[in-house]
Design a protein around this ligand. Sequence first.
Ligand code: OOB
Length: 555
Amino acid sequence: MFKQATNAQHLWDGIVQYPPEFVEKYIAKGYWQGQTLSDFFIECAEKYSQNTALICGARQFSYADLQQRIDAFAVYLSKQGYQLGDSVVIQLPNIAEFFIAYFGALRIGMRPIMSLPAHRHIEVSHFIGQTNAKLYICADKFMGFDYRRLAHECLKRCESLQRVIVVGDAGDFDAWPEMDQLQMQRIVPPQLTARHVAFFQLSGGSTGTPKLIPRTHDDYLYSVRASADICELNQRTKMLMVLPVAHNFSMSSAGSLGLFYAGGTLVLSQDPSAATCFALIKKHGISYVALVPALAASWAEAVQKGQENIFPRLAVLQVGGARLADALARQLTEQYQCRLQQVFGMAEGLVNYTRYDDDIEQIISTQGSRISADDEIKVVDDEDQELPIGEVGHLLTRGPYTIRGYYNAPEHNRNAFTVDGFYRTGDLVRINAEGNIIVEGRSKDQINRGGEKIATEEVEQVLNQHPQVIQSALVSMPDSMLGEKSCAYIQWRMDGQDPSQTRLSMQLRQYVQHYGLATYKIPDHIEFVEEMPYTALGKIDKKALRQRLAAAHIL
Ligand code: OOB
């Protein structure tokens, strides 16, 4: 029963599927409802047609307007020859075109890859290469960076890439189509089922390159609907989108899709600063915002410095993506009368929320509890043995919206999943007596820089390619604003010359930047060492390096 008759069997290539008994269970329990994401939005648009769906600067779109544009864009894509199973990398800032591109592509069965504005050509060309993407959709410029340059670089590197559509000044590329000139018609839906992969989220990862996370229509929509219910979104909800729209937190926890499900209004902001966002909150009567802890801290600081306290205006402020310090959570709730919700999730699936009616101490000091009773959660020791409640261990999970494998990554999947399909989150957690999760740390070699995840190995591989680097090790260092920043320890080939360390640091940081990695991956700090410390197994001892960093009073 699992393999439905379809003319799109190739869509399963590289995908680890859910075992049949789980498929049956998730369908029987009503989690998987057999609706595609595209039909989902059509249903929202029919139900709430005259509600305002989106506000983007001076532009406003009702649900009906948005659906019309999505239809038109789908027709445009299909006339260009794109079809079921073709991949498209979408890399847009928080603008309306993101949703038109995303749902338009889904409408014809294309599979979007959710690139973030911070990604550079190394990441984007990797996404294109992994999926044989034929199309790349980007903005002309954002935050001073010219994406058309990046597009040229990707065209040189990626054989599969045929076309680039640019929102804004297109230069040598295709301009975003004028919707008014496109024929409005509805595309015949392609032959795909809700259990097929709809699109790819991206993993923060801990090894080399970012892994692609295949999310199906069924699994994703379950997390969206359930999240919208938990977060009690409704037609009056006005959500400000500050974090990048393409991130899983922004899309589904409860995010833009949760909001569309409820018929509310999404206000997009391209600038997360307190100055811009406080004005938007007041102007539009915003009731719901999601932030990472670093942004929550900077907004709190703005209030401290005399800006109007906007927190009580919000029905809820969600904070997630990285550990929210108890002290900041307390300050937000007690001093600023903020109604806080902590969100602990991952693009691979599992999402936890503190609930609105939880005791305030639970809201301040825990990361909440799972969405679904069928989110299976285990806390285990290094040998995968389950630990008693309350002890800190590795979090493993399996459930109706957690993937069973990364895309096209059989080797990596062997380590990232247990044989019975539990995802190894790499998070160290404990579960308290109330059943809430507390994130205590991390076993994965990753740095969480204000919510942006850095796989240390990826950056080390780049640093190691510099002709004068013998070897490198990237470690986290505590930071009062971002939570963590990165420090690269470098064993340097002296070659007789001894230029100043400041110059070397600058050189290396530029090297990483020119190599084409996302800006947030450029080491914040660089330390030079003659010898690396090693563990008994002969690996670089990062714990010792972190201790050295603390002892050197650099922090
Ligand atoms: C979200 O997704 P990702 O894929 O960028 O990152 C997931 C990782 C988690 O494994 C954990 O290490 C960390 O980010 N994390 C948190 C956290 N929320 C995420 N660590 C401590 N406290 C939290 N509240 O970041 C994401 C996806 C959906 C919803 C929310 C966040």
